[in-house]
Structure formats: structure tokens, C-alpha cells
Design a protein around this ligand. Structure first.
Ligand code: GDP
Length: 380
């Protein structure tokens, strides 16, 4: 009898210990979560979690491995080198410009008609009138001088690279001075891929082991903040947001403050891209920038343009560059577009380099822009 009682007591104690352990884990995770979220967070008006989700796994270091399934699944973004290879292939596979040019150049007789067709092809690809003439002039001269020894493909490659301007500084300014984070302001018209690009850029930075905070300052579209939050959660990056309709500048301010307080490397601020009049745009972006710079300088202003919009894209580029000092261009939707020439046109228009290209809807379909790789991809 005593023996049975003892066994029962031991069994109850064991269950209590094991059970207590599990409950303890759950509670401690929840406690951390409770601390990390403001009251009511997780419902509709999330402002900003105080702890980035990415820190959770390290906070649980002392916990046994059984805690792992409860930890949020953080994706590992693709490395820059690997995405470059993949994206080059994609560009080569989808772009008809290079193939068309090479076909024309490899005809035996390069007569006036053929040169005209070459010009047409370049114009159709949105390179612009002046650069098209420069390229054709350069090619004609070179092929004439080199005569029978000329290699049309090599000549075309050189001339195209010259047009894309390898001398421009395309490094992204994502670091700040004196321990402050770099601040990247994303600007552009709605629909160009601004929010998507903000998310993709965060992934690139995370893949390079940088700590990032995202600011959802496009407060006019609830969907934009939702979208950005999803991007952030996937790679464990904190997203600072405010209720719909909040002043974008105050969200921008809060996100940079959060970046400073938590010591991150880079804060990326997604702004609203309503097509409004130039004065309104200037006011809005000017205010966002001014408010951020009360704390620390904006290190990069990236203008996001949709490569498929041709002249419209150029007009947008002009309007935005008058509203805020753009330091780099992101050309999205170059995949499947025969309008790669816009790279040349927009750089000429703004005197600012294309720094990144978007080549698809996948999370890692954003790559640094390099003239040689771009031209090689065009020529297949
Ligand atoms: P926003 O209004 O400027 O913030 O635009 P979104 O980021 O919401 O993007 C608009 C649409 O463009 C979405 O369907 C994106 O998936 C798509 N998109 C963005 N970048 C690219 C790209 O490089 N290639 C393709 N094919 N689609 C893209």
C-alpha cells in the first residue's frame, strides 16, 4: 500500500516537473512577447514592437532545444553573389534587345537600312534619341576603322557599356557616421514596386549581416504597412508603423529614433507615393527628410521607377528629383521587359546612377546594378 502511494506520488511529481517545464517555457516565451508588444498589439493598430522579432531566438539561448518549434521562422535571404547569377540569367532570357542588335550587326552588308533598323531597335528599348545616335555613331566608326577584323559583338558590348557609364558610383550609402544608422529613403509613385523593393532591400542587407529597421511611412495605404510588416517578419526585421492616416513624417521620425535607440546599421523608410502636384510632393518629402535629419542625416534617397513605363517613368523621375535630392535609382520590372534602355535614359535625365534592379516578384529578385553584367546579360 505504502509502495503504491509512493509510486503515485513520484508519478504526480514527475508530471508536475515536466509539465511545469513546458508551461515554464511557454510562459517565458509569452512573457518576452508580452514585453515586446505594446498593449493591444497583434490586433489592428500595431505601432511598433519594442523588441525586434529577430532577437527572440538569441534571447532563448539558455532554453533547451525543445523551445525551437515555438520560435518564429526567420528566412535566410539569398546571398548577393547567388542572386546575381540567377538574375543575370533571367535578364538574358527575357530581353530581345541584345539578340535583335546582334542579328542586325551580323548581316554581311551593314547598309543604311540596317543602321536604321538598329536605331529603331534602340529607340524601341527606350534608350533615348541622343544616346541612340551616339551608340550608332560609335559603332559605325569603330567597324569602319577595324574593317574586316571587326568583331561586331565586342564593339557593341563596348559601346553599350560606355552608354551605361561604368564611371558612376553605384555603392549604396547604407551606413551612417559616428555609430548612427544609415538612413535610406524610398520614394516613387504607387505601383512602381516601392514597398516590394523596400522589403527586398532589407533582405539584401540582412543577408549581409546588417541590422535593419523598416519605417512604414506610407500611411495613406493601410495595405502598404501590412505588406511591409510581412516583409519584415519574414527576415526578423522590426517594422515601425502608425495607424492609417498618421503623419508620414512622424512615422519616419519614430523609425529613425528606433534605429538609433537599438543601434541598427540601417533604417529604410518607405514613403507615400501618391501622384499629387509637385508642390504637395515637395512639402511631404521635404518634411519627412527634415524631420529625420533632426536626428541623423539621410544617407541615400532611392527613387523607384517601373522600367515598363517608358516616358512616363522619365516624367516621374523629373518630378521626384525636383522634390527631393535623389541619390540612386531602382529600376523595377526589368524582367520580361524589352525596355532595358531606360537605364541609359533615366541616368542621363537625372545624372544619378541606377543602383539596383528588380527582376521579378520573388523576395530575392533584386540585385545591385553593374553596367558590364547588365550589358552581358542583354547580349546573352
Ligand atoms: P508600390 O505601390 O510602389 O509600393 O508597389 P508594390 O511594392 O506594392 O508593387 C506593385 C506590384 O509590382 C506588385 O505586384 C509587385 O509584386 C510588383 N513588382 C515589384 N517589383 C517587381 C519586379 O521587379 N518585377 C516584377 N515582375 N514585378 C514587380
Amino acid at each position: 500500500m505504502e509502495m503504491v502511494t509512493l509510486i503515485v506520488i513520484i508519478a504526480i511529481a514527475a508530471v508536475a516537473i515536466i509539465g511545469g517545464g513546458i508551461v515554464g517555457l511557454v510562459t517565458s516565451t509569452r512573457r518576452r512577447k508580452d514585453r515586446s508588444l505594446p498593449p493591444q498589439a497583434g490586433t489592428d493598430v500595431i505601432t511598433r514592437p519594442e523588441e525586434p522579432t529577430v532577437e527572440e531566438p538569441s534571447a532563448g539561448e539558455a532554453e533547451p532545444e525543445t523551445a525551437e518549434p515555438a520560435a518564429p521562422v526567420i528566412e535566410k535571404p539569398e546571398s548577393t553573389a547567388s542572386r546575381l547569377v540567377r538574375l543575370r540569367q533571367r535578364l538574358a532570357g527575357s530581353n530581345a534587345l541584345g539578340r535583335g542588335l546582334l542579328n542586325l550587326l551580323s548581316t554581311d552588308q551593314l547598309d543604311e537600312d540596317t543602321w536604321e533598323s538598329i536605331e529603331d531597335l534602340l529607340l524601341t528599348a527606350d534608350i533615348g534619341v541622343a544616346p541612340t545616335q551616339e551608340l550608332v555613331e560609335g559603332l559605325r566608326t569603330r567597324l569602319r576603322v577595324e574593317g574586316g577584323k571587326a568583331d561586331p559583338k565586342a564593339a557593341l558590348r563596348d559601346e553599350l557599356i560606355k552608354l551605361v557609364d561604368p564611371g558612376m558610383d553605384r555603392r549604396l550609402q547604407v551606413s551612417g557616421a559616428d555609430g548612427a544608422p544609415g538612413v535610406v529613403l524610398m520614394v516613387g509613385v504607387n505601383g512602381t514596386g516601392k514597398t516590394t523593393t523596400t522589403g527586398k532591400l532589407a533582405r539584401i542587407l540582412v543577408s549581409e549581416d546588417r541590422k535593419v529597421v523598416l519605417g512604414a511611412a506610407d500611411t495613406f495605404r493601410a495595405a502598404a504597412a501590412e505588406q511591409l510588416t510581412t516583409w519584415g517578419e519574414r527576415v526578423g526585421v522590426e517594422v515601425v508603423r502608425g495607424p492609417e492616416g498618421t503623419d508620414p513624417a512622424s512615422v519616419a521620425f519614430d523609425s529613425v529614433k528606433e534605429g538609433l535607440d537599438t543601434g541598427v546599421d540601417t533604417v529604410i523608410v518607405d514613403t507615400a507615393g501618391r501622384l499629387q502636384n509637385k508642390a504637395g510632393l515637395m512639402d511631404e518629402l521635404g518634411k519627412v527628410k527634415r524631420v529625420i535629419e533632426k536626428q541623423t542625416p539621410v544617407t541615400e534617397v532611392l527613387l523607384v521607377l517601373d522600367a515598363t513605363t517608358g516616358q512616363n517613368g522619365l516624367i516621374q523621375a523629373r518630378v521626384f528629383s525636383e522634390a527631393v535630392a535623389v541619390s540612386g535609382i531602382v529600376l523595377t520590372k526589368l524582367d520580361g521587359s524589352a525596355k532595358g534602355g531606360i537605364v541609359v535614359a533615366v541616368q542621363r535625365e537625372l545624372g544619378v546612377p541606377v543602383k539596383l534592379v528588380g527582376l521579378g516578384e520573388g523576395p530575392d529578385d533584386l540585385a545591385p546594378f553593374t553596367p558590364e553584367a547588365f550589358v552581358d546579360a542583354l547580349l546573352g
